[in-house]
Design a protein around this ligand. Structure first.
Ligand code: CUA
Length: 318
């Protein structure tokens, strides 16, 4: 299987690249399980084939001896696997405990999952969507929650995964050991856009991280339409095209200035207020032929971002 993060760093073996300090521990345990399973497979299947051939029924020797049991054999084939399972249990516990011991004075980043994007909030007030940055060789703690349904935050290269649950915080800690760009997946089926609920984790030097964090307004120098386009790519493109083609929702090029027919039989011509309402409270008017699938974006966009989106959607209609 080709993992996206391999584009940035070569994998060391059959697993994705080891991008965190815990990854090596997980891979060792996984390697042990794989090796132990392979040896057991060879012993069991090899033994089966050997005995089938060696003790095949011969002419003139119809009856085999009547053997009831063998205490030594039965003890060994129970006790040896038991010891192996205990080793796997203890080893797994040890790695799990390491993984879930959150370091003190870690760099803390809040993560908010929603259908179908990830927001990252830094203590400096910086807020980014679907792409975030952490310094290399630094303990990081993600404090995570969801706006709607259960999502799950998974970084294959880091071997860490945690459910993200509405109404509570869950946490995930790691120390990134390699610089690069790593893929984040949502691994809890959360609806139509689940497979597109992706993010990038960029691991950089401490200096790069600090200068990135110090950067001010992310929209500086952008026109309102460009601000909207940026938001569109981050928040809307999972479900909407910028053309007239359908995706999960209607294409956005035929919204402004166009006749919109709704499920309740009403209709109107798309204007700024209609677009605004459809973003903040989309279930108010459901377009004919579409499911009421869009989550409300009330409270998730600044006025600048909202006006940007309105202007961007207007620009698509021209
Ligand atoms: Cu979020 Cu699947």
């Amino acid at each position: 299987m080709l993992w996206p993060s391999q584009a940035h760093a070569a994998p060391s073996n059959y697993m994705p690249v080891e991008g965190s300090t815990i990854a090596g521990y997980v891979d060792s345990l996984y390697g042990f399980l794989l090796t132990a399973s392979f040896i057991s497979f060879v012993l069991v299947i090899g033994g089966l084939i050997y005995f089938a051939i060696r003790y095949k029924r011969q002419p003139g020797s119809e009856k085999s001896a009547y053997i009831t049991h063998n205490n030594v054999l039965e003890f060994l084939w129970s006790f040896i696997p038991f010891v192996i399972f205990l080793v796997v249990f203890g080893w797994g516990w040890w790695v799990f405990d390491k993984m879930h011991t959150h370091p003190e004075n870690a760099l803390e980043v809040h993560v908010v999952g929603q259908k179908w994007s990830w927001d990252f909030l830094y203590k400096s007030g910086k807020r980014v969507t679907n792409e975030f940055m952490v310094p290399v060789d630094t303990p990081v703690k993600l404090i995570m929650t969801s706006q709607d349904v259960i999502h799950s935050f998974f970084v294959p290269a880091f071997r860490i995964k945690q459910d993200v649950v509405p109404g509570m915080y869950t946490a995930l800690s790691f120390v990134a050991s390699k610089k690069g760009s790593f893929q984040v997946f949502c691994t809890e089926y959360c609806g139509d856009g689940h497979s597109a609920m992706l993010a990038k984790l960029n691991v950089v030097s401490q200096e790069e991280y600090e200068s990135w964090l110090a950067q001010g307004d992310p929209y500086e120098g952008l026109t309102l339409v460009e601000v909207g386009q940026k938001q569109f790519q981050q928040k809307c493109a999972v479900c909407h095209t910028a053309g007239t083609e359908k995706k999960i929702g209607p294409g956005l090029a035929n919204v402004f200035g166009q006749q919109r027919n709704f499920e309740n039989g009403e209709s109107l011509v798309g204007d700024e207020n209609y677009i605004r309402e459809s973003i903040l409270n989309p279930n108010q008017k459901i377009v004919q032929g579409y499911p009421a699938a869009m989550p409300p974006f009330q409270g998730q966009l600044t006025e600048q971002e909202l006006s940007g989106l309105v202007e961007y959607i207007k620009s698509l209609a021209q």
